[in-house]
Design a binder for this molecule. Structure first.
Ligand SMILES: NC(=O)c1ccc[n+]([C@@H]2O[C@H](COP(=O)([O-])OP(=O)(O)OC[C@H]3O[C@@H](n4cnc5c(N)ncnc54)[C@H](OP(=O)(O)O)[C@@H]3O)[C@@H](O)[C@H]2O)c1
Length: 328
């Protein structure tokens, strides 16, 4: 069947995104064809578009979405035509239809709409593995979360607070600071205006925080290290401001036997049990109203370029989604 898709033929700026017509074949063994109603926009999409992360070309953007099962391939017993499903880390989601490996799909509870699933799954599972996989959050922990009004940051703050942590947040504007406070942050620092490491030390009586969640990268890395307590952990999980330059590991010793990790969602949902466990935890919390994802903007599929421009210019809060017009 034919599908509209947002593709790149070469990496580059957002003007490389083009609306194309592609063929989506019948599903092969172990595959499912889904009609996509909503695709989630994630920062990693911009890394794949720009060439920071290499992808096979031509490449249909988008790793996350939700919709309905349209056809199943040989050997697929778990899914039936019409099932409401979502996925994360499956390329090709900026489209009307795509093939997804059956074992990468998750079912939607009745209380979670397709739009909300596409807005929550990837970033929610990220917040989940960061708070319950990389390091188990303990009551009384003090965490520093950068870009706390973003799609991932907002969910991360909520999960940390629910697990009993105190959260110090950073963000770019006063409007974003209000959102970070609503998510549960006790203190918010405008990191473009203030030395966030010095302020974090002051807010922790000189001790420093137990853990820093940093997906801003180049611009915040040094300050993140300087914000940690002795033997604290820096979770460097992204690079919205650019990659961190090469680093002398001996400095971790000088700074107090620090730990640094550079994790990816794919490694924390690699098997079916961890994928289902994290997806269930996220959707159950969303259904109970304990985890709230704000949809900052909805754009039609063909406006993907605008979504990338907004995300890369720090103009967004919460989550951006693309809608196809397939009935959700
Ligand atoms: N490793 C993983 O498993 C994983 C999974 C999901 C997401 N991530 C990472 O998490 C980060 C956030 O992703 P997201 O999709 O939720 O995006 P987002 O946080 O909604 O948007 C990015 C935010 O980063 C902040 N930022 C600071 N400096 C920036 C700069 N120079 N350029 C652009 N943005 C800048 C901005 O917030 P302020 O204006 O408040 O500074 C901006 O709104 C990304 O780095 C992404 O790669 C990693």
């Amino acid at each position: 069947m034919k599908s509209r898709a947002i593709r790149i033929r070469e990496p580059g700026a957002s003007d490389r995104l083009e609306l194309a017509e592609i063929d989506v074949p019948e599903p092969g063994a172990g595959e499912v064809r889904v009609a996509i109603s909503t695709a989630g926009v994630n920062y990693i999409d911009t890394y794949q578009r720009s060439g920071l992360y290499r992808v096979p070309l031509p490449f249909t953007l988008g790793l996350e979405g939700a919709g309905r099962v349209e056809a199943v391939g040989d050997g697929v017993t778990r899914w039936c035509v019409g099932d409401r499903v979502a996925w994360a880390m499956a390329p090709g989601s900026y489209a009307d239809a795509m093939l997804v490996p059956a074992e990468r799909l998750v079912a939607l509870p009745d209380a979670v709409s397709e739009e909300l699933a596409a807005a929550t799954l990837l970033q929610g599972m990220t917040a989940h593995y960061l708070t319950h996989g990389v390091r188990e959050t303990r009551p009384g922990d003090v965490a520093l979360v950068h870009a706390a009004a973003g799609g991932t940051g907002g969910l991360l703050v909520q999960m940390l607070v629910r697990a009993g942590a105190r959260v110090i947040a950073t963000c770019g504007t006063m409007t974003k600071a209000e959102l970070a406070r609503t998510a549960g942050a006790s203190d918010v620092i405008l990191y473009d205006e203030e030395d966030f490491a010095a302020r974090t030390r002051a807010l922790t009586d000189g001790r420093g925080v137990d853990v820093v969640y940093d997906a801003v990268g180049r611009a915040t890395f040094e300050g993140s290290l300087a914000s940690l307590r002795s033997r604290g952990l820096l979770c460097l999980y992204g690079q919205a401001s650019g990659p961190v330059p090469p680093f002398d590991l001996n400095r971790l010793n000088d700074l107090g036997s620090l730990f640094v990790t550079r994790p990816s969602l794919g490694h924390y949902v690699a098997d079916r049990a961890s994928l289902e466990g994290r997806a269930d935890a996220v959707f159950e919390a969303v259904a109970r109203g304990e985890l709230v994802q704000r949809i900052g903007a909805r754009h039609p599929l063909e406006a993907a370029r605008r979504a990338h421009d907004e995300l890369e210019s720090r103009a967004t809060t919460g989550k951006l989604v693309l809608t196809t017009g397939n009935v959700a």
